[in-house]
Design a protein around this ligand. Structure first.
Ligand code: UDP
Length: 313
């Protein structure tokens, strides 16, 4: 396949490019480095089947002449809660103009389109675990709304495009994903705890740490996204790991695996921080024949090893 990967220099995007190249696909990677990093593409840029275009998906993307495309995978959007304030307007633009542009690219090439959506469309869920049939509980004006509503809009736009033009579309609702190549200052719980533990600084638990998330290792996530792209299923599908943990448990696991003696400190819980989150993977297992396989401990060991190599000794 010839695949355009938008947001290809991010955490999931760079792992996606590597996986596609390894199996013999050609990749056209697009990123504007707003949160992606050139270093994430080390070892990929020199490969014959890899082309990189530095571009903002919200503007015109100058594709190479005659670039035939079989698929467009849209992973382009800042996604860490620390970006919601700093990049709120950019996030809303990526979810609207960016998605519309990439849908047009897919349509003009007769390519299949995969939209990366998110568990955040469920907001602070009143239904647990979250199945795709649940419509969510989102505060439309709170600090997370820029991301939640942009992603909800992106889903609506994707489906409208499919209905109007018959474009083949796929929608993945991605749950908390972690792994090597996260930004050191990404601000999310895994990168914060691992970097804090390795530097011997206090581990910052927001609130009392009883809130839950279900963490998916990046290589599992990429496998699920590719299975969805290649499936025949048009509606949204949860793609994540359904092994749920409290944030406090995550802190203790990171301390144990790093051997760190960092203390744990408790600080204010951010506004509208979801209380619990776990994907119902029934649909993914049935229509994709896929499920995650990497344990949190194994995934964290690989992630810790990577962060250790990034930090000054
Ligand atoms: N969190 C925390 N300490 C941190 C960063 C995050 O306790 O240093 C908590 C955060 O409040 C949330 C959970 O960890 O309950 C996951 O946060 P993250 O930003 O990774 O992702 P989210 O699921 O909120 O998008």
């Amino acid at each position: 396949m010839r695949v355009l990967v938008a947001g290809g220099a991010g955490l999931i995007g760079s792992a996606m490019c590597a996986r596609l190249l390894d199996r013999g696909d050609s990749v056209l990677c697009v990123d504007n480095y707003v949160t992606g990093r050139a270093a994430n593409l080390d070892g990929l840029l020199g490969r014959r089947a890899m082309t990189f275009i530095e571009a903002d998906v919200c503007r015109d993307i100058a594709l190479p002449p005659g670039a035939g495309l079989d698929a467009v995978i849209n992973l382009a959007c800042p996604a860490s809660p620390v970006d919601f304030d700093r990049l709120g307007l950019e996030i809303m633009e990526a979810g609207s103009r960016g998605v519309a542009n990439l849908l047009d690219v897919a349509r003009s090439h007769g390519a299949r389109f995969l939209q990366a959506s998110t568990s955040e469309v469920y907001g602070d869920p009143e239904s647990h675990p979250q199945a795709e049939t649940y419509w969510g509980n989102v505060n439309p004006v709170g600090p997370r709304s820029v991301y939640d509503e942009a992603k909800r809009f992106g889903e609506a736009l994707t489906m409208a495009h499919h209905r109007r033009f018959g474009t083949e579309v796929r929608i993945a609702r991605i749950f908390n994903t972690y792994g090597p190549r996260m930004r050191l200052d990404d601000g999310r719980v895994v990168s914060n705890f691992v970097v804090q533990a390795l530097q011997g600084r206090p581990i910052t638990i927001y609130g009392d740490g009883s809130q839950t998330r279900s963490f998916c290792y990046v290589d599992d996530e990429v496998g699920g996204l590719i299975a969805l792209l290649e499936s025949d299923f048009t509606g949204p599908v949860n793609v994540g790991d359904d092994r749920e943990r409290t944030v406090r448990d995550m802190a203790e696991t990171v301390l144990e695996l790093t051997g760190s003696e960092s203390e744990i400190v408790y600080v204010d819980l951010p506004v509208d921080d979801p209380t619990r989150r776990r994907p119902d993977l029934t649909l993914a297992r049935r229509v994709l024949g896929w499920q995650p396989s990497t344990s949190l401990e194994d995934g964290l060991k690989l992630t810790i090893g990577w962060f250790r190599a990034q930090l000054p000794a």
